[in-house]
Design a protein around this ligand. Structure first.
Ligand SMILES: Cc1cc2nc3c(=O)[nH]c(=O)nc-3n(C[C@H](O)[C@H](O)[C@H](O)COP(=O)(O)OP(=O)(O)OC[C@H]3O[C@@H](n4cnc5c(N)ncnc54)[C@H](O)[C@@H]3O)c2cc1C
Length: 271
């Protein structure tokens, strides 16, 4: 999902039309979070306006093309200077340390499986999010595939003796909207980090390299785009620190709202 918050950055970058031409508007968020009932929140009421359902398989290459069109070049090594302009580090959440690191939340892992569009019945143009005892599920359908993600504690993979066993076990216990045949789809594993790691050493950092936030916030991509606009401002470090505070607070509130007293949710309330 690309949150509505990204609109301002996309417009400022001149990328809005190229991105929304391919994206599918997200009409609503259907969640089971603080109460046992599903609650639907229309995207019309979102402060940033509605978001978009995107597939990173077209979104990432498109963003790279737009950046190149606008003069961004890739240098081969961290010591090589670009022929014009300034060097920034944009290598994502696994950036080398630069002496500054603030942990904003526990490490998590996301298991994502893609099925055919329509496999999660009744989803339509909505994002669904659901808290369970040891993590949370989400599903979104871009009209080609439905992507189902389970975010949990990495210890789950060890406890079940590996990815396949863990996935089968979590799908068995998943919410009723998840078709049982997702058990047979091998998920992709992605580590989740919650970090502010933008110090003053080395090149200026943008995107997850500077600040990576829990996907629960839904704002990782919007933040990354915003850092691309702000990195040369003198107040950039202060802005990053303020964003980190805000995300840490939002993360605590999201974990506090869930009525489970399990290790997973407690860890997120005490970080
Ligand atoms: C499971 C999961 C779900 C998420 N869901 C959402 C969501 O729904 N909405 C949202 O807004 N955000 C979401 N996020 C967050 C979002 O993915 C990130 O915030 C965003 O991708 C950050 O962009 P980036 O360009 O900084 O990093 P990345 O997208 O990680 O891109 C970094 C790039 O740098 C390249 N790279 C790394 N090292 C080098 C090197 N040495 N040399 C050259 N290239 C290198 C990598 O290959 C990669 O292409 C999610 C994150 C996770 C983990």
């Amino acid at each position: 999902m690309l949150s509505g918050r990204a609109t301002a950055a996309l417009v400022a970058l001149g990328w809005y039309d190229d991105i929304v031409a391919r994206a599918r508007p997200c009409d609503a968020i259907l969640s089971r979070w603080a109460s046992p009932e599903y609650v639907e929140r229309t995207a019309l009421l979102e402060p940033g306006g509605h978001g978009w359902i995107i597939d990173r398989s077209w979104f990432d290459p498109l963003v790279r093309r737009l950046a190149v069109r606008d003069g961004v070049t890739r240098v081969a090594t961290s010591t090589q200077a670009p022929s014009t302009g300034r060097r920034v580090l944009a290598t994502g959440k696994h950036a080398p340390p630069d002496g500054m690191r603030r942990v904003l939340g526990p490490d998590r892992v996301a298991l994502t499986a893609a099925g055919p569009t329509g496999a999660v019945r009744g989803l339509g143009h909505r994002l669904t999010v659901e808290a369970v005892a040891a993590g949370w599920w989400s599903a979104v359908d871009d009209g080609v595939h439905v992507a189902v993600t389970y975010v949990t504690d990495p210890v789950v993979l060890r406890r079940h003796g590996g990815l396949d066993q863990a996935w089968r076990a979590v799908v068995r216990a998943a919410p009723g909207w998840l078709p049982a045949d997702f058990r047979a789809i091998r998920p992709r594993v992605r580590p989740i980090r919650n970090r502010l790691q933008a110090g003053l050493a080395g090149p200026v950092r943008v995107g997850d390299c500077a600040l990576s936030v829990d996907p629960l916030s839904g704002h990782g991509l919007a933040l990354a785009l915003e850092t691309g606009l702000r990195w040369h401002d003198s107040d950039y470090p202060a802005w990053l620190a303020e964003q980190a505070d805000r995300h840490a607070d939002d993360g605590l509130a999201a974990h506090a709202a869930v009525p489970y007293e399990t290790d997973y949710w407690q860890a997120g309330r005490s970080c």
